[in-house]
Design a binder for this molecule. Sequence first.
Ligand code: ATP
Ligand code: MG
Length: 392
Amino acid sequence: MNILWDTDPDALEKYRYALGTDTQALESAAMVARVLHDNVGVQQVVIGPDVALDPACELAEAARLDRPELGVILLRHRVDVTTLSQALRSGMREVVTAEDTTALADALRRSRDLTSRLLGHAAGGSGGPEGHIVTVFSAKGGVGKTTLSTNVATYLASVGHKTLLLDLDLSFGDVAISLQLIPTKSVFDAVAMSGHLDDQGLRSLVTTHEASGLDVMCAPNDPGDADRIPVNVVTEILKVARQHYEYVIVDTPPSFTEHVLAACDISSALVLIATLDIPAVKNLRVALDTLDMLGSPKDARIIVLNRADTKVGLRPDDVVTAIKTPIAVNIPNSMTVPASVNRGVPIVADDPKGPVSAAIRELTDIHIRQRFGETLNGAETTGRKSLFRGRR
Ligand SMILES: Nc1ncnc2c1ncn2[C@@H]1O[C@H](COP(=O)(O)OP(=O)(O)OP(=O)(O)O)[C@@H](O)[C@H]1O
Ligand SMILES: [Mg+2]
């Protein structure tokens, strides 16, 4: 959980993309101190540009002694040398220009990594907890798999989670183009490492999306290479990836290929997408039946209705009746989605205040992050004392 200490009541919206939804906005030093005291789940405090430097530094100094794992990041309208040196002397981790939300997202990610290491549970493959694999699937093409997987993954990365997006649409993958990446390696290059893929090997195959920090393993450039990727390579990639990433999001082609089945099998959650048209609903029904047949647990499924407000004679209730499963999240139809794809910027970054981004954050925060025990309201307990409550 993050705290945003800012005197501007609109500040939370302004920095939403970088901060994510598990952020509490507070206006005074006293309120910040109280929440830090009561809440051991707070890991980062971002201090707004209009908060005076002295009380901001006092907070950082107190945190350095009482709660060294707490990251304090200062926003200023203009960063000068005097401010920078006073801030860093007080123990703040970074000073960022207030208008630069990408720099803030980067700073938060670095700070969160450091907090994680200080708390001794960094996802580094060194015996720490395994990451969560989430496969995004629909048996029908064009319903929004790539839109959702790229946006969920960039959003997770932008709020500080070490995240890998794997493009399993091996013949026609378009994750790279959606994020404007120019990969030099792809899933196909993992074939040569089969049987001895490790963290280093995995890292050599990913392309980083600089704006969010997301790592992406792209589909091969040559559609013909898909047939030359054995299914066990995909399983190996996912097993190694979950040792080193907190979240692994898998984009898929519109059919149950053997690679998709392997990914579903190893996933801890499946995002299944429908739209308001009969073939999409029928295909979702068939996909659910197939998953039942394969023994895939029902409670791992998250049903998303994309373009849920399209007026086409079929209503969300009709979908629920047809698939006999509740819809977790409705994502509205919006021209901002193709526009953002054409710009190569995920919608969660391109239009963070829009209803599509809000729905994607709801999907990620409530149905993915909370599912895996992240406590977004900050009630997380580590059995440790918090700032201003005394030392551990
Ligand atoms: N909520 C939405 N509102 C408007 N357009 C959308 C929405 N979601 C997705 N789209 C658009 O629908 C098209 C298909 O989306 P996307 O590529 O994500 O589907 P897909 O399921 O990955 O397709 P494929 O099966 O071909 O891989 C894209 O042009 C995308 O911009
Ligand atoms: Mg796709």
